[in-house]
Design a protein around this ligand. Structure first.
Ligand SMILES: *Cc1c(COP(=O)(O)O)cnc(C)c1O
Length: 370
């Protein structure tokens, strides 16, 4: 193929699968035909080969380093997306305990998680943001936790509504289980506050096909023998995520993203600073628009990853999207369930993309009065 006809890259604000760091894509491209020292593509080698074992260990150890992972936690690479975790977590953590599972509902994904958990056992809604259309997260005092819950489930960042916890809710000694699909590795996290942190890769960590599960070791003992092998955390942990053939290429990509975070960004604290700066640029434009752009989330709960807002009318929103596209700013349409605009500005979204979107927002408001 002629390099001159390669399609130029747009600024991609998709919610997921989403933008990946360009240096990561370039490295994958360089290594696609032959992994260094191996002579075959990572897609062509056995998951039990020395070469792949090195890929897996590299991804694991880089994630552990970024997270400051305590020794009593394990990292698993699973399939089935975050959606399978909605079922697998209650199957492993709640089944057999005779205890209910508490759910904190701050948006669409939390509700989806609850729905799956209901099939497994008794659930209890500890807080539901429905009354204000999921525009904020609860304070600790507002949580109505069960006295003897098997776990408490939360969604650290609600991808659809654009609402994010600033810190983990206080739930005492009950294992806190966090769906971090859309903000994993976006900021430092004190892993010790959680029993499980899980994230499908395709928002902030890699391509679709792999889900990262960080689990405290003692919780592995809750997986019952009667579970189907694939659905057991204990089986995956015992087999180092190699019980079945794992998504090898996706795991390789997660390793490259982790390396990018370490070597080019300088770790999660630095990543958080950059993310906060990018988000502040957009929210500042929103707040300075005199009500032209109306953000969905309450200011103290605004997501640094998914910036959701409305224009004065649906017609203006449609025009806004078309005009954005002509500037190379794509995938800005809000989720079908809430409408409006959603700019997903994950780790890999360059500052230049955010600057260009801010410029578009200002120009558009000026030329299309309400
Ligand atoms: C995207 C997303 C999911 C669903 O992930 P799948 O990999 O499609 O199952 C779940 N939770 C959150 C917070 C998400 O953003």
């Amino acid at each position: 193929m002629d390099a001159a006809v390669v399609t130029p890259r747009v600024f991609n604000f998709a919610a997921g699968p989403a933008v990946l760091p360009l240096p990561v894509l370039e490295q994958a491209q360089r290594e696609l035909l032959a992994l260094p020292g191996c002579g075959a593509s990572v897609m062509e080698i056995s998951h039990r080969s020395k070469a792949f074992e090195a890929v897996l260990e590299d991804a694991k150890s880089r994630l552990a380093a970024l997270l400051g992972l305590p020794a009593n936690y394990r990292i698993l690479f699973l399939q089935g997306g975050a959606r399978l975790q909605f079922s697998m977590i209650p199957m492993n953590i709640v089944r057999g305990t005779g205890q209910p599972a508490d759910y904190i509902l701050t948006g669409s994904w939390g509700k989806n998680a609850l729905k799956e958990a209901q099939r497994e056992g008794t659930v209890h809604v500890a807080w539901d943001g429905k009354a204000s259309n999921y525009d904020h997260v609860p304070t600790d005092a507002e949580l109505q936790l069960s006295p003897h819950a098997a776990m408490v489930h939360m969604t650290s960042n609600e991808t659809i509504e654009g609402v994010q916890f600033r810190r983990a809710p206080a739930v005492g000694t009950v294992p806190l289980v966090c769906d971090a699909s859309s903000d994993f590795l976006s900021r430092p996290v004190d892993v010790r506050q959680y029993g499980i942190i899980y994230a499908c890769a395709q928002k902030n960590v890699g391509p679709s096909g792999v889900t990262v599960v960080v689990i405290r070791e003692d919780l592995l003992a809750r997986s019952q023998e009667s579970l189907p092998g694939y659905l057991s955390f204990a089986v995956h942990a015992e087999n180092n995520s190699l019980w079945n053939t794992p998504p090898t290429f996706a795991i390789y990509m997660v390793g490259l993203v982790a390396r990018w975070l370490q070597d080019e960004i300088g770790g999660l604290a630095r990543m958080h600073e950059l993310n906060a700066r990018k988000a502040a640029r957009l929210y500042d434009v929103l707040d300075a628009s005199g009500g032209y752009y109306r953000g969905h989330a309450r200011p103290d709960c605004r997501s640094l990853m998914n910036v959701t807002f409305r224009l004065p009318t649906p017609e203006l929103e449609a025009e806004f999207l078309t005009a954005a596209k002509s500037r190379g700013l794509v995938e800005l349409k809000g989720h079908r369930s809430v409408g409006g605009i959603r700019a997903s500005i994950y780790n890999a979204m360059p500052v230049a993309g955010v600057e260009k979107l801010c410029e578009h927002m200002q120009d558009f408001a000026q030329h299309h009065p309400a």
